[in-house]
Write a protein that binds this ligand. Structure first.
Ligand code: PMT
Length: 414
């Protein structure tokens, strides 16, 4: 999501400057282009060289240090940025922004900035709660800037309070949400997509169940890419893997629970992607007490679970329906059969007989089957990369479907 985004990080003088180093590193790791501007006070906590090495860009410090006679550097930098972050935002820098004061490189550039601004306040709790600071934050949010809430916890002063610099994962989660809000041209903006993930558990008794090796990695990777492309994602999962910020997660266990959740949201969704490994059979009766091991032979009666994909295939109207096929043999025949039998638009087949793909590994190799086109093979790669390519295909199919619909409407109206 951050790939090639141009981000200025404004660093003000507080103890949390050292934590901003990790933030800049993370932004670079995620593919952003980062330029850093520091106040003079910030340079007392961490040397500019640290940020220069990490960002691979010169650090801006002095308004009057104009290296390029063709540009006024603070205006040029303000025009360059797609997004700005102020980290840490001290009480002093917030007061200046609130009142339009521009007396150093950071505040002068901030006055000239016209991209969305994301602010990470960090200061002593008494300073944070001071009415003047509160008033400044209120004014700043009225300017349209986004302010994070600092953490509550142990402060540098040696006592607890509100004002701590937030943990990096929280910052990244909220920053990604902030970017998604401002990116208006994302291809899946306004689309609702349901993704299922993980292996279902069919209870035999309170301590035993039937399941499979699905980890949820493939489904969770798909959910994240869909979110990055602007979709409103509902992830119905059995997995406890982390879920990227902004994705609505519903945890389920059995095939029946998964069915109920998918069914609840399917009518209003634009697409359903069934990456979950749903058990085909479930014990006919779930014992409410642990089965004793007195008998030599225990017979388990199994009944077929509801085929979620097939059921949604019979209900689908405008939805793009995507299924997976986990195969050990006759991949092409089986996948094409599932495509038709389950009324899918796309089947993603993986050969799960091989160790480096399919269940519970980080990589996958898949072939995409549709009714209209030749199969498309995506060669072995990380599940995150495979997910990106699958989502590209889904985007082009949604687009195609919409074009067909508007053609039909035009013909009907003429
Ligand atoms: O979770 P990972 O460890 O990352 O592994 C990924 C994966 C191997 C689980 C994934 O890539 C995959 O192949 N998921 C589908 C597994 C599966 O159940 O395949 P199937 O061929 O048995 O089922 C075909 C399709 O019908 C699937 O989309 C399945 O979700 C769906 N189905 C199956 C049974 C059922 N009762 N209801 C269903 O909706």
């Amino acid at each position: 999501m951050l790939k090639d985004k141009k981000i200025i990080v404004f660093v003000a003088g507080g103890i949390a400057v050292y934590k901003t180093v990790a933030l800049v590193r993370e932004l670079i790791k995620q593919g952003a282009q980062v330029k850093v501007a520091m106040t003079e006070n910030a340079t007392k906590f961490v040397a500019p060289l640290t940020f220069q090495v990490l960002s691979q860009n010169k650090v801006f410090l002095d308004t009057f240090e104009e290296e390029d006679s063709e540009h006024v550097s603070h205006i040029h930098l303000a025009d360059w940025a797609d997004y700005a972050i102020i980290s840490p935002a001290t009480a002093n820098v917030l007061a200046k922004i609130a009142n339009g004061i521009a007396d150093d490189f950071v505040t002068t550039t901030l006055l000239a900035i016209h991209c969305p601004v994301f602010i990470i306040p960090a200061m002593n709790s008494n300073m944070y709660m001071n009415p003047a600071s509160k008033n400044n934050r209120m004014k700043i949010s009225q300017f349209g800037y986004t302010l994070m809430e600092p953490d509550i916890g142990f402060l540098a002063e040696g006592y607890e309070g509100k004002g701590r610099y937030p943990e990096l994962f929280r910052i990244m989660g909220e920053f990604e949400q902030f970017i998604l809000k401002h990116e208006i041209n994302l291809p899946l903006k306004g689309k609702k997509v349901i993704v299922t993930a993980g292996g279902t558990k069919e209870r035999i008794d309170p301590v035993r169940y039937i399941s499979n090796d699905s980890s949820g990695k493939m489904g969770h990777a798909l959910a994240k890419v869909l979110r990055d492309k602007g979709a409103e994602v509902l992830l119905i999962t059995t997995s406890s893997l982390n879920v990227a910020a902004g994705i609505k997660k519903v945890t389920v266990s059995s095939a029946h629970e998964m069915f109920k959740e998918v069914d609840k949201y399917f009518a209003t969704a634009d697409s359903l992607i069934m990456a979950a490994a749903v058990s085909d059979y479930s014990p006919k009766y779930e014992q409410n007490k642990k089965i004793k091991k007195d008998n030599q032979l225990v017979q388990l009666e199994l009944v077929k679970t509801v085929d979620i994909l097939k059921t949604m295939g019979s209900k689908k109207k405008k939805q793009l329906l995507v299924g997976f096929a986990a195969e050990t043999n006759d991949l092409k025949e089986n996948a094409q059969k599932k495509l038709i039998e389950k009324n899918c638009d796309l089947i993603i087949a993986n050969d799960v007989s091989q160790k480096d793909r399919g269940f519970n590994v980080d990589t996958n190799e898949v072939t995409l089957f549709t009714l209209k086109r030749e199969p498309l093979q995506l060669s072995l790669n990380k599940k995150e990369v495979i997910a990106e390519k699958i989502v590209d295909k889904i985007i082009s199919m949604i687009q195609e479907k919409e074009d067909e619909e508007s053609d039909t409407n035009r013909k009907n109206n003429s």
